[in-house]
Design a binder for this molecule. Structure first.
Ligand code: COA
Length: 395
């Protein structure tokens, strides 16, 4: 059964003659008939040292719907061939004996298995890396997580083979996908191990994924959950954020004193311990009456004006502009950006800074962001520290 996309792709193939090469041995040009199948033009020599197929490696399946298999049979080869046509692939690597392929198949209600995608790679056993030569998911099935699943199977398989790295020459438009699969443009594998073994093409980016033998790539969510649980257990040793206190009784109408709020005192004590200074209970309460809120805002405005006029404040006056500053990845690295203009806007709103602590927390975050992005020794971080010393005196 063919999808509309495959038909469209075929139409396109019909319009412009393209050359198809398989294994570098067979090449065809012109129209490709729908029932095209490939007969090898030479005898495929027997492997001198055949590698035993590990048990279960080719029959893994998920939920009985998506299966994994090599591309051994003629019908599967035809499917793979059709897939290559559907992907408008000019070259097809499926049949090189030195390559392996993981193929995702989908079980259709008609009882057929339809190829949804595949990853063809060449393991270099001695050099302990694999090169992905071809990777694609059918047009109609893309961006639904199948590419990630396919990569996870490929990683598990290459791990089984004792390999430590996967390399690929990624098409430039596929670079973001590979990044999300743990690939990087930084190649850490020693050049002697890969140079001369893999092919180089124009318009591609060489990328590397370092395999971690301890990671079960087919069970990442479970691993993350387990790690989170360990982290939470560790946090319990130094924090009491996991303790849930009974809430206030909604039927009690009398005025509630701060010290009557369950858990508040304990939380404050812990903050005092980590900050090393006393925090008066009343300082954490937001003033309710408009007059004291107005007084607070007046005080904060005076402090903010002085901060903005400070000679070290200039890098923090406006939100970071990645273009003019050259910090192109700023908003990828800094997830909670803040700057003096944003602080001013929050102050102007009137209802944001209901305590001095919230105002101070924004200023502190501005300094921490600067340190995190620029590093300790950068001159902008020095300016940030000057400014921090200044506003700490004022607060
Ligand atoms: C690249 C390809 C295999 C990805 O398969 P897929 O099934 O779409 O991938 P997934 O659904 O698992 O996507 C994983 C993530 O990568 C992102 N992604 C996938 N393709 C992307 C692309 N081309 N550009 C940017 N992001 C992409 C997805 O949005 C998703 O992000 P999320 O985890 O934040 O949601 C598929 O798009 C494809 O076959 N492309 C054409 C062939 C190709 O370019 N192959 C690579 C040759 S080197």
């Amino acid at each position: 059964m063919e999808t509309q996309d495959q038909n469209e792709a075929k139409q396109e193939e019909k319009q412009e003659p393209k050359e198809l090469a398989v294994n570098g041995n067979v090449s065809l040009s012109g129209e490709i008939p729908p029932d095209f199948s490939l007969t090898p033009c030479c005898e495929v020599p027997k492997a001198k040292h055949p590698r035993p197929v590990p048990e279960g490696a080719w029959e893994m399946s998920t939920e009985g719907k998506v299966g994994l298999g090599q591309v051994p049979s003629r019908s599967k080869r035809q499917q793979a061939r059709k897939l290559a046509i559907a992907f408008r692939a000019k070259k097809c690597f499926f049949f090189d004996r030195k390559h392996e392929s993981t193929v995702l198949t989908k079980y259709m209600s008609s009882g057929e298995y339809v190829v949804m995608g595949g990853c063809c790679y060449r393991p270099f056993l001695e050099e302990k890396f694999a090169e992905i030569a071809f990777l694609a998911i059918s047009d109609s099935e893309q961006v639904r997580g199948y590419g990630t699943r396919l990569m996870a199977y490929t990683k598990e398989r290459t791990k089984e083979l004792g390999l430590t790295h996967i390399l690929t020459c990624a098409d430039n438009n596929a670079v973001p996908y590979f990044k999300k699969q743990g690939f990087s443009k930084t190649i850490t594998l020693e050049k002697e191990r890969w140079q001369g073994y893999i092919k180089d093409y124009d318009g591609v980016t060489l990328m590397e994924c370092v395999l971690n033998p301890k990671v079960d790539y087919l069970n990442i969510p479970c691993m993350l959950k387990a790690q989170k649980m360990c982290l939470v257990e560790k946090l319990k040793e130094i924090s009491n954020i996991h303790i849930v206190y009974p809430g206030l009784d909604p039927n009690v109408r009398k005025k509630i004193r701060l010290e009557d709020i369950p858990g508040l005192k304990e939380g404050l004590e812990q903050s005092e311990k980590s900050l090393g200074k006393k925090i008066p209970l009343e300082s954490i309460a937001a003033p309710r009456d408009p007059a004291s809120l107005q007084a607070l805002h007046k005080e904060l405005q005076q402090i903010l004006t002085q901060i903005k006029q400070h000679q070290s404040a200039w890098p923090f006056l406006e939100p970071v502009d990645p273009e003019t500053t050259g910090a192109l990845d700023y908003y990828e690295v800094i997830k909670n950006p803040i700057d003096l203009r944003t602080i001013q806007e929050r102050l102007d709103r009137g209802d944001y800074y209901v305590t001095k602590e919230i105002f101070a927390a924004d200023l502190k975050r501005m300094i921490e962001n600067c340190e995190a992005y620029n590093g300790e020794k950068h001159f902008i971080t020095e300016l940030a520290h000057n400014l921090e010393r200044f506003f700490n005196q004022k607060l």
